[in-house]
Design a protein around this ligand. Structure first.
Ligand code: ATP
Length: 254
């Protein structure tokens, strides 16, 4: 479903991502892990056609995101790490606007919008302006909008940020069902390693723009403890700068 080949992105003289190769199969829930600044958002933005690659190629569903941007966008849903919404629209207006961009039929879209507003607990707020929503409600509306056109691939940057525990459970269940029942693919970044362990079929750990480990949870755990009993947390710390990422708290002046 996703083929990333020798992908690099440079900002000025700084390589945010360098020579990345990654393949994700259709129907997988794939976790993209890595510390702040590792290059996760950059890769995802190129994947959804918001940023151009410096080198290499990314294909989604066989479509090159640079050469075939419109068709590629039609099969992808993107949930950014922050909800970018129009504050002066209501939830139903925002969904109608988004449906228009995807060229959805009016009747189909109103039915689908109703289902999604119900799923994300926004029914009672559907006619209220987005500016009155809490952060978590905005995040849920962003998710509803990303699912309107029934994407084959969902690209999600930090899905759990701002959600309450019930919202987080809803989203985890949703991603699992998209994969198991619809055969859809979910590519998500997260700093919550427990979420990755619970949800993802496979993960990749990115560090300074390069993949330092990838595989199923069992494969990665086996890299920590030979019997497979290790925790992803240990491997993550070991491969991504560990305790040296920040100064020791004992050493800093408060
Ligand atoms: P986080 O976990 O903090 O969200 P990330 O893994 O998503 O981090 P990116 O946002 O992809 O990291 O950033 C990777 C690197 O690229 C960082 O060093 C960042 O400062 C740099 N970068 C990202 N966008 C730009 C930009 N538009 N201009 C210059 N540098 C950028």
């Amino acid at each position: 479903m996703i083929q990333i080949e020798q992908f690099s992105k440079r900002y000025g003289s700084f390589w945010a991502v360098k020579d990345l190769d990654l393949h994700v199969k259709r129907g997988e829930v794939f976790g993209f892990l890595g510390p702040n600044g590792a290059g996760k958002t950059t890769t995802m933005k190129v994947m959804v056609g918001l940023v151009r690659p410096t080198a290499g190629r990314i294909r989604v569903g066989g479509l090159d995101v640079v050469r075939d941007p419109i068709r590629a966008k039609q099969i992808v849903g993107y949930i950014p790490d922050r909800p970018y919404l129009y504050e002066k629209l209501t939830a139903e207006e925002f969904l109608a606007f988004t449906a228009g961009i995807y060229g959805l039929d009016y009747k189909q879209q109103t039915k689908r919008a109703d289902e999604l507003l119900h799923m994300f607990g926004l029914e009672d707020w559907r006619a209220e302006l987005v500016e009155s929503y809490s952060h978590g409600m905005k995040q849920r509306l962003t998710m509803a909008a990303a699912l309107l056109h029934r994407p084959e691939l969902l690209v999600v940057d930090e899905p759990m940020v701002g959600l309450d525990p019930q919202g987080a459970e809803l989203v985890k269940g949703l991603f699992r069902r998209i994969s198991t029942e619809l055969g859809g693919t979910v590519f998500l970044s997260t700093h919550t390693l427990e979420v990755a362990e619970e949800l993802c079929d496979r993960v990749a750990i990115l560090y300074k723009g390069a993949i330092v480990a990838q595989g199923t949870m069992d494969e990665l755990r086996a890299q920590v403890g030979d019997d497979g009993s290790g925790h992803l947390h240990e491997l993550f710390m070991r491969l991504t700068g560990g305790d040296d990422a920040y100064p020791r708290i004992e050493d800093v002046k408060l």
